[in-house]
Structure formats: structure tokens, C-alpha cells
Design a protein. Structure first.
Length: 504
């Protein structure tokens, strides 16, 4: 569950792979509903592993699980035993809370005995995660996210959900040495919703958006600006939702974080709404044709390597459970790829490159339209050309293969990166952007490798910068690349970034 200070996902060059299909690798994972899942390289071997929670029925028996699956590579995942408590109606997030260089786990949810929990587990790069006995208010039907809201270098907790005393929304400040302080805030106290960190106003600190249902039954979605640790409600006119999910991402590549939200309104109407961040605290609704859902998930990722963010969506629609991949065509347009991913509600879905082949694959879990409990991994298989052939002998609608037409081959590239950091080690952070020259690379990732080598040579502190990843943009002509680079530089300069040219 990604956090953003300045959104910079690693976007790789398009060489000759434009069509996409998604293949169920038959990973053999336990199917669950009322689920939460994530990719996490818990053992730091370079291969993303899977952590999933949820419930299912075996006959009349109700089973609840929290399971960790080790990535054995070659499309194989093996369950490994952990001491993590079994929960459903929950959520989880991973971050290095104690600054030992290893990502740790926080999980919320309800146990088989009906107990609501919120627990921290310390990771030691093995499956034997260690429970840390710190008291947090237990919740279900909510969310948890790590983020450094106060800029002191450690990860704090944002939690929302239903506790034994009603809905809550809390920030626990990390005071280190296994001490967390429950902070007073003016957030709406909600369950059946979501709370997320993001620096939406690009001022260098994390703001908060909250959606869900209050104890009175009122449905809300509210945005709060972080003013030196005090959160001020901004009233940008976001639609009020419950049974919701929220995802921040710079879908239009203009340098700020946009928001997509789904869920159910006060009147019971299903919604999926994209908002363009216009700065000055204004968000403009955009209507790219996303299907409206509740009880599902949203995740941004550049699945086709064209330099913009695509959307993975799951949830319950008016026509039943769905799982959708929407390709970003830019200028507020998205194409539904009709991806071969099983439709799910009470669900969760996330991108990751589990097979390290350079593209983003899919993990989904939830309940299908025929009431099956599902957890599946879908491998992203790019194709060189359009192919709409289907297996006529297979009547399973989820096994259809639909591939979208390929795009013109990109040949001229430039790469860039940006960060908010103390570039020269003087104790003061500033915004910086770095641009390469325009070149025709002979092999994939050539530009990224040269850029990385030069920036590390010229700026030795580069390796310490969080979110300082390299983005590649490719174009069919040199003139288009020149125009794009010029626009990008002007955009960064207009936002107060110092622009640096890395020439070779």
C-alpha cells in the first residue's frame, strides 16, 4: 500500500510490447472474501511475496486466515507459517517503523472470536514475525497506513474503522523505542471506509483524506491539510462515500497527486469518481467512464510502460462483481482492456512485478459472482501484435483472451527524476528535478542506467532520497521528445523546482 510524498513510480521504456493480456498462473492460494492483500518482499530476496487476510466457508465451517506466501520464482508460491493473528474485515500495511532497515507489518481486523485487533509485528527477514506488545485500539471495517506525517524521519500510523466503542480515525505518532502517542485530531470518526496520507498540496508534508460512515449514519469524505502537525479541513467538494477505497496518483503527469475514489453514497448509489488536482485546494471531477463500485479496491500502476498511470479496480457493481484494468490514454481518457481477471467484490487488488520481468502483474482476492472465494495472481503478458483469438472450447468467461491494438514504437527517450531533499547536505530540503538528454537507446534500460550512474557520481546523497525513482518517456520522433521535455521542465520550474541537466 504505497505512500506518496511526491509520486514517482518507476516507469520503464516501451520497446516493442504494447498489447497486454493477464494470465492466471494457478498459484494455488487460499481463496478469501472480506479480504485484504498486499505484495511485500518480507525476506528481501528481490522477489515480491504475498500477504493476504480474509474468510471463507468450508461446508458450514467458517474459516478465517492471515497467510504469507513466499515467492519461489517461476510462478510458484509456497505458504509459510507465521505467528500473525488470523483476521478478516481488515487491512494491513508494511513499513520500517523502527529504522532498522527492514519493513515491518501492522494489521487490523476481526478474529474468529469476534475480537477487534490492531497489532504491530517486527520483521526479521524470516516468516517468524515478532509481535510487539504495544496497545492500539482494535478495529475492523477500516484501514491502516504508515506515513511520516510530522517529517521526523520515522513512520507514524493512520488508522480508521469500527472499534468496540464505535468508529474511530486516529493518528499514532511514532516516538521511537516502541512508543506511539495517540494524537488528538479533528478527523471524522468513521468505519466502512478508508483514510489515506498524501502530500496533495506539494508543501512537503503529508495531508489526510478520510471517507466512511460516522456513528450517526452520516456518510462523509473529507480532506485535511497538514499545517505543521495540525490538520485543517479544506472542503474541496469530494463526494461522500462509504464501503469505499481511495487512491492517490499523478495520472496526468502534471506533478501533483490526483485522487480516485469508489464506494456508496448516502442514498445508496454506487460511485467511482476521478478528481484532477488543480492546486489551490481545488479538485475537478473527471469522467473517464470507470464503472461504479463499492466494497472493492483501487490501485494505480504503469502496467504498459508508456509513462503514465493505469488503474486496477475491483468491487461490486450494479451488474455484479467486477475486476477492471483501465489503460491511461492521457487527456483524461482511459480504455477498459476487458482484462481476463475474475470479477470480485468484498475484494482487494494490487499491482507488483512478482516475476521481475519489468511489467506489473496483478494480485486479487474476494468473492466471485457464483460465491466462490478467490485469491489469484495474474501474470502480465505483453504481446507484439493485436490478437483477439479466444479458446472456443472453454466456456469459462474469465478465460477469454482479449488483447488491445499495439501503439507506435517509441524510439526517442529522455529520463528524469525529482525529489524533495537536502541535496547538498546543508540541512535544508528543496525541490529538485533532474533531466537527461534525448537519445535513441540501443537496449532497454540503457538510459536509466546511465542516468543512475551520473546522478550518483555528481550527487553522492542521491541514494538516501525517498521516492527518487527514475521515469522514462519515449516518443516516435525526436521533435515530439523535445517538445515533451520542454513542457516537463517548465511544469517543474513553475512549481518551484530547481532543474538540473545531466548530460552525456
Amino acid at each position: 500500500m504505497p505512500k506518496f510524498i511526491l509520486t514517482l513510480l518507476l516507469l520503464c521504456a516501451v520497446v516493442a510490447t504494447d498489447g497486454q493480456t493477464f494470465t492466471d498462473i494457478k498459484a494455488g492460494l487460499t481463496g478469501v472474501s472480506e479480504s485484504a492483500n498486499c505484495w511485500i518482499d518480507y525476506n528481501e530476496d528481490g522477489a515480491p511475496d504475498i500477504f493476504v487476510t480474509g474468510d471463507f466457508y468450508s461446508g458450514s465451517k467458517h474459516e478465517i486466515y492471515s497467510k504469507l506466501y513466499k515467492n519461489q520464482r517461476n510462478d510458484r508460491f509456497t505458504e509459510v507459517t507465521t505467528p500473525v493473528i488470523n483476521v478478516f474485515r481488515g487491512d494491513m500495511d508494511w513499513a520500517d517503523y523502527d529504522l532498522d532497515g527492514i519493513t515491518d507489518l501492522f494489521v487490523i481486523g476481526e478474529t474468529a472470536t469476534g475480537t477487534k485487533i490492531a497489532r504491530l509485528y517486527k520483521n526479521n527477514r524470516t516468516n517468524n514475525l515478532q509481535y510487539v506488545p504495544i496497545h492500539f485500539t482494535g478495529v475492523r471495517d477500516g484501514s491502516v497506513e504508515w506515513g511520516d506525517y510530522d517529517g521526523d524521519g520515522d513512520q507514524d500510523l493512520l488508522i480508521t474503522g469500527e472499534s468496540d466503542k464505535g468508529p474511530i480515525t486516529k493518528i499514532y505518532r511514532n516516538d521511537r523505542n516502541n512508543k506511539f502517542l495517540d494524537l488528538p485530531t479533528e478527523f471524522p470518526q468513521v468505519s466502512f471506509g478508508m483514510a489515506r496520507f498524501a502530500d496533495y498540496d506539494l508543501d512537503g508534508d503529508l495531508d489526510v483524506v478520510v471517507s466512511g460512515r460516522e456513528s450517526s449514519g452520516l456518510v462523509v469524505t473529507e480532506l485535511f491539510k497538514n499545517m505543521e502537525g495540525i490538520f485543517i479541513e479544506m472542503n474541496p467538494g469530494l463526494i461522500n462515500l462509504q464501503l469505499s477505497d481511495l487512491a492517490w496518483g499523478d495520472y496526468d503527469n502534471d506533478g501533483d497527486l490526483d485522487l480516485v475514489a469508489n464506494g456508496e453514497t448516502q442514498q445508496g448509489k454506487l460511485q467511482t469518481q476521478l478528481y484532477n488536482n488543480n492546486k489551490n485546494q481545488r479538485f475537478t471531477p473527471v469522467f473517464p467512464g470507470f464503472i461504479s463500485v463499492r466494497s472493492g479496491s483501487l490501485d494505480w500502476g504503469d502496467m504498459d510502460h508508456d509513462g503514465d498511470l493505469d488503474l486496477l479496480l475491483t468491487g461490486e457493481s450494479t451488474v455484479g462483481p467486477v475486476s477492471k484494468v483501465y489503460r491511461n490514454e492521457r487527456q483524461d481518457k482511459f480504455t477498459d482492456l476487458n482484462a481476463d481477471i475474475i470479477g470480485l467484490h468484498m475484494s482487494d487488488g494490487h499491482w507488483a512485478d512478482y516475476d521481475n520481468d519489468g511489467d506489473l502483474d496483478v494480485l486479487v482476492s474476494g468473492m466471485s459472482k457464483d460465491f466462490r472465494f478467490i485469491t489469484r495472481v495474474y501474470r502480465n503478458d505483453p504481446f507484439m501484435k493485436a490478437d483477439t483469438a479466444r479458446n472456443q472450447g472453454d466456456e469459462d468467461i474469465w478465460n477469454n483472451s482479449v488483447v488491445v491494438p499495439e501503439r507506435p514504437k517509441s524510439t526517442y527517450f529522455y529520463v528524469y527524476a525529482s525529489c524533495w531533499a537536502d541535496l547538498d547536505g546543508d540541512g535544508s530540503k528543496e525541490y529538485h528535478a533532474f533531466f537527461s538528454p534525448i537519445r535513441k537507446p540501443k537496449v532497454q534500460y540503457e538510459m536509466e542506467r546511465k542516468f543512475n550512474r551520473i546522478i550518483r557520481r555528481d550527487y553522492p546523497l542521491w541514494y538516501e532520497f525517498d521516492q527518487g525513482n527514475i521515469i522514462a518517456n519515449g516518443f516516435s520522433s525526436e521533435q515530439k521528445a523535445i517538445e515533451s521535455k520542454s513542457i516537463a521542465i517548465k511544469e517543474y520550474q513553475s512549481k518551484g523546482f530547481e532543474v538540473h541537466e545531466l548530460n552525456w
